[in-house]
Write a protein that binds this ligand. Structure first.
Ligand code: MN
Ligand code: MN
Length: 454
């Protein structure tokens, strides 16, 4: 159903609410890409998926997963047809905007110990000060051991924060524009203030180093091979008196990751091989070994083909060409307080179901994947048959801004791709908001896609 409010379709809201309870838990636990991969592997195993290396050959109905460097996961259900005939692919990203700790971060100033940082992805820096933050990530030591860090989310954990100037002394600061009011180098994290007894220089920093040594057995130099991410502390919550929405950190794009993951976990053997792939690094351009531009995906498809038939490169190329993909990524939901940035006939509304973006990009569709209308017609057909609510949108008014997703990267392999995801309010803020009914419609749309597009 095109552009209708999805709530009206349901007499019983219980399935929507309980699906979102699962999502809230996933989001609360998945504060970074490594944790999302971990949760995904656990869910996959519970649903009978096995690591690819456990399969000598592949037959219809086999449930397979592969991870890549702890930051990527691809799941497959082998279809009735051979993999070389093409796949139906859901692709979402599991990295979210955040603040990363620098390589040489720890310093002392005015009796505080602080960590110096470098933000990751597109953020409004002023949104990240004076809120409770937690630290998640890993510290890798020279002996090969990896220490997992996750401080600030448990009830009795301490939290951290980035300070901001009191209003009483902000006469100069308040004259600055929003891009400059909090600058990148001012996003440093306060982590302590007790001096180490008997040390007269940098005693507070000394005390933090002692704590790190006692609790984690790490030295200051171990920050060199650490990957510590600063993200909002606390769980995701119901939002609104009617509990119709979910507020939380990282909906972009873990909301599409969860729904795409659940879709493949919950379907039976499809005709064409079904795939959900969750990638890293989208927020910084999808580059690197764990981003969508990595050869990881092609390598895995090649491996699948080689476990079904004699492999050659043409079979891989043809599998990719014959594939269909939904780039499962969030869309900019219309905010009633900021209507000026939208053209309302072509905008995404919370509560109207899954959103298709034929194209994204900026300044005349620059850099976008512009989906084929033949493909969109197929999607309309399968969704209408199953009574799924969907809408179409652009990312704001022409020339207002713009953005991109992983869609064009997979489209470069010559498959049909379109962006299809969930509308978000406050995108990239520490607290983003989605509508529960959209989460549920997207999940169902993704299942219909995996089973029926051809
Ligand atoms: Mn995104
Ligand atoms: Mn984003």
């Amino acid at each position: 159903m095109y552009s209708k409010y999805a709530w009206e379709k349901y007499d019983d809201l219980e399935p929507i609410m309980s699906f979102n309870e699962g999502y809230k838990e996933f989001l609360s636990n998945g504060k970074n890409e490594r944790l999302v991969v971990k949760e995904s592997v656990e869910l996959a195993k519970k649903h009978g998926f096995k690591e690819l290396s456990e399969f000598e050959t592949l037959k219809p109905g086999d449930k397979v997963y592969v991870t890549n460097k702890n930051k990527n996961i691809a799941l497959f259900i082998i279809g009735e047809e051979k993999v070389s005939k093409g796949l139906n692919i859901l692709g979402a990203h599991i990295d979210s905007p955040r603040i990363d700790v620098k390589q040489n971060p720890l310093y002392e100033a005015q009796n505080f110990a602080l960590l110096d940082t470098h933000y990751y992805g597109g953020i409004k820096k002023y949104q990240w000060v004076t809120i409770p933050l937690c630290l998640v990530g890993v510290i890798c030591k020279k002996d090969g051991s990896v220490i997992e860090v996750n401080i600030g989310d448990k009830e009795d954990d301490p939290v951290f924060g980035i300070s901001d100037l009191l209003i009483h002394l902000s006469a100069d600061q308040m004259q600055k524009n929003a891009a400059k009011v909090i600058e990148g180098e001012d996003l440093d994290l306060t982590i302590g203030s007790i001096p180490l007894k008997g040390k007269d220089k940098e005693a507070v920093k000394g005390n933090i180093l002692k704590l790190l040594k006692d609790k984690y057995d790490v030295e200051e130099e171990d920050f060199l091979s650490a990957e510590l991410e600063i993200v909002p502390a606390g769980k995701s919550r119901d939002y609104g008196l009617d509990r119709s929405m979910v507020a939380g950190y990282g909906h972009d794009d873990r909301v599409c990751a969860y729904t795409s993951l659940k879709a493949i976990l919950d379907i039976d053997t499809p005709k064409r091989t079904a795939c959900t792939i969750l990638v890293d690094k989208e927020e910084i351009g999808s580059v690197g070994a764990t981003g969508a531009q990595s050869r990881f995906f092609e390598n895995i498809i090649a491996t699948l083909i080689s476990k079904q038939e004699d492999y050659n490169d043409l079979k891989l190329r043809s599998a990719l060409t014959e594939s269909y993909m939904l780039s499962s990524d969030v869309s900019a939901g219309v905010d009633p307080l900021y209507l000026g940035v939208n053209e309302l006939k072509n905008s995404a509304f919370l509560g109207k179901g899954i959103v298709f973006n034929k194209y994204t990009g900026s300044r005349g569709k620059g850099g976008c994947n512009d989906a084929m209308p033949e493909y969109i017609a197929k999607l309309r057909n399968i969704l209408d048959k199953e009574n799924i609510n969907y809408q179409t949108a652009e990312l704001g008014r022409v020339d207002q801004g713009g953005g991109g997703t992983i869609a064009y990267i997979l489209a470069n392999l010559n498959m049909n791709v379109i962006d299809a995801g969930i509308a978000v309010l406050n995108m990239h803020a520490p607290m983003e908001v989605v509508s529960k009914v959209d989460v549920f419609e997207a999940y169902q749309a993704y299942k219909v896609f995996l089973l029926n597009i051809e």
